[in-house]
Ligand binder design. Structure first.
Ligand code: ATP
Ligand code: MG
Length: 392
């Protein structure tokens, strides 16, 4: 039987006024990702708030799932059979295509779910009942259960067809990639910042990555880990850039400066990072900076310290993980595949020059005072000039 991919988009369908923009962007993103992954052009029909994409006879379902899971803006999708609108015929088609899994013993209950976007002699509920009854008549050895059944047959009537499927896959959610402009995300090899970048990508931002590394004061492990993380995240968008900014010389200068109390170091590093990230933001015409900050998690994330750090810039700062629990963050990291890399031990540039008992309640005025003796502008220029850009 002819098969199609049926894609429903979520939130973007609710966008009043500029829905067309979100939809056409999503359609373009699917076309681009599919072409890249399957090396052919795809025809996508947009009809009644759905995309319908014809599939090849021997299509690789798992491969499609893995590609679709990285396209934001999709609410759910299914690999439908293009069936008839004649109920008797349709039931015959459903019956002959029932998947093997449902013969397993644990599948004891089922239901039929019908959506109808064309004229039909019966309404949706009546059709659900009728199709269910006909399946039972044919010998389907299951009980009907409307809430949480083991098995659902979905049927959507539109375009003069009854498209049916036995499984609906949840999509990646969010907004179509690239619809919210660019943001710069500061990324370390830790668990949080890759998840933070992912969360903002999911909301439609195109992310430019910036990593501050300690090389040659540290080995290259941390940088390599960050590159791997960015490689994973780059699958969710088009045209990824990673700035690798030398930062060890700044940390070394601050940590050996006798005027600067050890407990203030981390805050001064963070302020320097933000200043440099801001410059990259301007250069890239990005609209804000994303960090993986999480309220109260480490010393630099007390409310006072967050305030004292953010004081160096007026650009919007996005901290999508600010109110999450660590377990929630880890769960996402595992789902997107960054956790296994982030949890590897590596000598972080920050930990190397880290004070033993950091300040918990700093204020910007004090930090500014220490910075007076530091060649801030010179450092920024050097760091930017010597930074490397990687594209993927
Ligand atoms: P992460 O797990 O993302 O490293 P964290 O919980 O360890 O975060 P911090 O080390 O205080 O917290 O870092 C806070 C945020 O500052 C990070 O989420 C990241 O956005 C940014 N950051 C920290 N170190 C670096 C770095 N070397 N390069 C780029 N950004 C960094
Ligand atoms: Mg960290």
């Amino acid at each position: 039987m002819k098969r199609c991919l049926l894609v429903h988009y979520g939130e973007i369908g609710l966008k009043l006024g500029n829905k067309d923009y979100f939809v056409s962007r999503l359609m373009r993103n699917i076309k681009t990702k599919f072409k890249e992954s399957f090396e052919r052009n795809f025809f996508i029909e947009h009809t009644l708030d759905r995309f319908l994409i014809p599939l090849e006879d021997d299509f690789d379902e798992d491969k499609y799932i893995s590609v679709l899971n990285k396209i934001f803006g999709i609410k759910n999708f299914s690999f439908v059979f293009v069936g008839s609108t004649d109920i008797e015929k349709l039931v015959e088609e459903i019956w002959t295509n029932l998947p093997e899994e449902i013969c397993e013993e644990k599948t004891k209950t089922f239901r039929v779910k019908v959506k109808r976007s064309m004229k039909m002699p019966l309404n949706s509920m009546e059709m659900e009942r009728k199709i269910g009854a006909l399946l039972l008549e044919r010998g389907l050895d299951m009980k009907v259960k409307l809430k949480n059944p083991d098995f659902v047959v979905t049927v959507e009537f539109f375009n003069e067809h009854g498209y049916f499927a036995f499984k609906k896959h949840g999509g990646a959610g969010g907004l179509s990639s690239g619809t919210q402009g660019k943001l710069v995300a500061t990324i370390s090899a830790g668990i949080d910042s890759p998840v933070a970048a992912y969360r903002m990508m999911r909301r439609g931002a195109r992310i430019i990555f910036v990593h501050f590394h300690g090389y040659p004061y540290t080995d290259k492990d941390e940088m390599e880990q960050v590159k791997e993380l960015v490689q994973i995240l780059s699958k969710y968008q088009e045209g990824t850039k990673l700035y690798l900014v030398p930062f060890g010389f700044i940390q070394k200068s601050i940590s050996t400066n006798l005027e600067v109390p050890a407990r203030m170091r981390t805050l001064l590093y963070r302020r320097m990072m933000l200043r440099i990230a801001e410059k990259i933001c301007f250069k890239e015409r990005a609209k804000g900076i994303v960090t993986g900050d999480n309220f109260g998690q480490v010393a630099s994330q007390t409310p006072e310290n967050i305030f004292a750090i953010h004081d160096v810039t007026t650009i919007p700062l996005f901290q999508p993980l600010i109110g999450d629990d660590k377990e929630e963050i880890i769960e996402i990291a595992k789902k997107i595949g960054t956790f296994e890399i982030s949890k590897l031990p590596c000598k972080e540039s920050c930990t190397m020059f880290m004070p033993r008992s950091p300040e918990l309640r700093a204020n910007a005025r004090d930090l500014l005072k220490y910075e007076e003796s530091l060649p801030i502008d010179e450092w920024m220029q050097k760091a930017l000039k010597e930074s490397e850009l990687e594209l993927s």
